[in-house]
Design a protein around this ligand. Structure first.
Ligand code: KG4
Length: 327
């Protein structure tokens, strides 16, 4: 069978990324132009600045992705941009660029859900992984337990009722003075601390999450006790967050009888969380390579391949959708 080459394009937040993927599983190139140093001084992503920097980068990053893959645009079979969820202006840059490439070169266009991309990061790390499995999806904007029934068929079993997990990590980092992006900094400082501080957990009868209570508890403790050991606070926060995740995924395993769990999203780079999931009894656990956990276009190209093979096509009317749902 002929190889299918997808050109993944990702610009939903603060990374301009383009990747060339073969048959959904092999990375021929994966270029990420990060804006983190630009947004660092503001303590978070400034949407308008993100859009402007995507415009400046997108063409250069695409050329580099094609060069590194040693192919020309002619050899690309399908162009697969992220069209949501994310920052609307940022999304529009990658999507408009992809639409222009598709129109000018007469190539099919398949718009991709960013969350679906995060799940597909596992297919790039594990060439033999196939659905069905459960996915603990944890990013800056989303936290949900997904039943991945097939490559393009999903059911959300539980989700956050307030903050996304990455948001909570970033907020905690900010209040303890670690800066942006907070997750990796909390991860690092927590290694030096002891999880001795008790923090609240919110439980529901179903598989939903809530992180606002624990986030507020950390903010209040830090405010009332300015001399509190920050490393201990981060370690306690990370441990309690992990317990919340593990309790819910165990409930999901019990409810579905599915003992295969994949992690996805930026927070799945967290060392403590990765270890806790690997320790789950009677469960086969998959987690993306660290470089594929946070935003990248390789995962978008992989998910794009499966959508293309399933016959999905987008037309030039496709618009960006800031709050696009997985299903
Ligand atoms: O998936 P992602 O790159 O972007 C979205 O699609 O939202 O996730 C970004 C989030 C940020 O909140 C960042 O702080 C968090 O992932 N993150 C981490 C770690 N690395 C990134 N959180 C905890 N520990 C980490 N090592």
């Amino acid at each position: 069978m002929k190889d299918i080459i997808t050109l993944g394009i990702e610009s939903s937040c603060d990374e301009t990324a383009v990747a060339v993927i073969k048959n959904g599983r092999e990375i021929l190139s994966n270029i990420i132009d990060t804006q983190i140093p630009i947004h660092e001084k503001y303590g978070g992503v400034v949407p308008e600045i993100a859009s402007r920097n995507h415009i400046e980068a997108i063409s250069r990053v695409t050329k580099k992705a094609l060069n590194d893959a040693k192919i020309t645009l002619d050899e690309v079979d399908v162009i697969t941009p992220t069209y949501g969820p994310g920052l609307i202006g940022a999304l529009l840059v990658g999507l408009s660029y992809a639409k222009a490439l598709s129109f000018a070169n007469n190539k099919p266009l398949v718009g991709l859900n960013h969350i679906e991309g995060h799940i597909a990061a596992n297919y790039l790390t594990y060439p033999n992984l196939q659905p069905p499995f459960l996915c603990m999806m944890m990013s800056g904007g989303n936290t949900q337990i997904v039943h991945v029934k097939d490559y393009c068929e999903f059911e959300v079993l539980g989700k956050t009722r307030d903050d996304a997990i990455g948001e909570a990590f970033d907020k905690v980092a900010r209040v303890v003075g670690l800066g942006y992006p907070g997750g990796p900094k909390v991860d690092k400082l927590a290694e030096e601390g002891k999880p001795t501080i008790e923090l609240p957990k919110t439980h529901f009868d179903n598989l939903d999450f809530s992180f606002s209570g624990i986030k507020t508890a950390v903010i209040n403790l830090n405010h009332k006790m300015p001399d509190i050991n920050k490393a201990d606070l981060c370690a306690s926060f990370e441990k309690t967050m992990t317990e919340i995740l593990v309790e819910n995924i165990q409930k999901a395993i019990q409810a579905t009888g599915i003992h295969t769990v994949a992690l996805a999203g930026g927070v799945s780079a967290n060392k403590y969380i990765r270890k806790a999931f690997l320790d789950l009894p009677n469960t086969k656990v998959y987690m993306p390579d660290l470089k594929l956990c946070t935003d990248n276009a390789a995962m978008i190209g992989s998910a794009g391949y499966y959508n293309y093979m399933a016959g999905k096509r987008s037309d030039l009317n496709l618009n960006a959708v800031a709050n696009l749902k997985l299903c």
